[in-house]
Design a protein around this ligand. Structure first.
Ligand code: AKG
Length: 311
């Protein structure tokens, strides 16, 4: 099938290119305002490329009018604030759309996308690659098998180091990325809901450009969470050796998922193409969590609800 990619010069674009190739598809058109996209040659040397959205769109409509070579899928990895506009353009072009997380920043925009899906008969799928991580499957299976009546006590530490470029890029501008909780935290809010059921209470304890922390109460778990992109927050045991530390302890039992994250885009693509993608209804809950945390003011933690990093 024919794929187009919006945001082709971005941080995560090479994973999409790889996933398109590994699933046996072809990247035929790409767009980015930045022209540092030489990597396309190693994936798809004949791919059309545009630095102006209008020309990209004109090209895509032309392909569609011709019939032959029309786009089947639009992959979107533009800055977060542009996702809804780019998804809508893809759906209106008659494509199914694969978009980076967070799909959109508000539940109202999700409702709009649902309408556009209805109008066009096409679907949008979100990349939520943590859902495909084996450690998360193991944890979910344990919780299902134990079928406990009491809640688990969970501590989630999610450190994924990004250098100074992060804050200098659109990711550091909350009007464009919606902040680190939306950009990175969305992964574990989604995963926690998947494993522990409905979210019943949430409190924000701390938030700045590099980190955030809080408490979440799910049907089956009480979760103290800490998120950071600051290398200083890596535990001594891994500092200098690895740049990620993603760990969840569930009643003291540790599940580590620091590694194994890099190849999950291809898995995500395979699942979407096999009809098992995560659409609007699947990601609504974590986007609601992120949205209300963005509106929340940090509060002092109650007894037993603070992540140890905050104490
Ligand atoms: C991002 O940087 O956009 C990610 O989704 C990465 C999340 C992670 O490293 O855990």
């Amino acid at each position: 099938m024919n794929f187009a990619l919006i945001g082709a010069a971005g941080y995560i674009a090479p994973r999409h290119m790889q996933a398109i190739k590994e699933t046996g598809n072809e990247l035929v058109a790409a767009y980015d305002i930045n022209d540092s996209v030489g990597i396309i040659d190693s994936i798809s040397p004949d791919c059309a490329f545009f630095t102006e959205f209008e020309y990209f769109l004109e090209h895509a409509w032309r392909l569609r009018r011709r019939g032959e070579g029309a786009l089947d899928y639009m992959a979107v990895c533009s800055p977060n604030h542009l996702h809804s506009a780019h998804i809508t353009a893809g759906l209106q072009l008659g494509c199914d759309v694969i978009c980076e997380k967070p799909l959109v920043p508000t539940p109202a925009l999700l409702d709009e996308l649902r309408s556009v899906e209805g109008e066009t008969g096409r679907r949008v799928y979100s990349i939520m690659q943590l859902r495909h991580h084996p450690a998360i499957h193991e944890l979910r299976d344990k919780v299902i098998a134990e079928a406990r009546q009491t809640r688990y006590e969970v501590e989630l530490t999610y450190i994924t180091v990004r250098g100074p470029w992060y804050l200098a890029s659109w990711k550091g501008d909350p009007r464009k990325s919606f902040g680190v909780v939306a950009e990175i935290g969305v992964h574990f809010f989604d995963m926690l809901h998947l494993v522990f059921g409905e979210l019943q209470r949430q409190v924000l304890h701390y938030s700045d450009d590099h980190k955030a922390a809080g408490f979440l109460e799910y049907e089956k778990a009480r979760v103290r969470w800490f998120l950071s992109i600051d290398a200083e927050d890596l535990p001594e045991s891994v500092r200098g050796r690895q740049s990620t530390y993603r760990s969840i302890t569930c009643d003291g039992e540790a599940f580590e998922f620091s590694n194994g994250f890099d190849d999950l885009h291809s898995v995500s693509y395979r699942e979407i193409l096999a009809g098992r993608g995560f659409g609007i209804d699947t990601v609504r809950h974590c986007l609601e969590t992120v949205h209300s945390l963005r509106l929340a003011r940090p509060e002092p933690p109650r007894e037993g609800e603070a992540h140890p990093r905050l104490l």
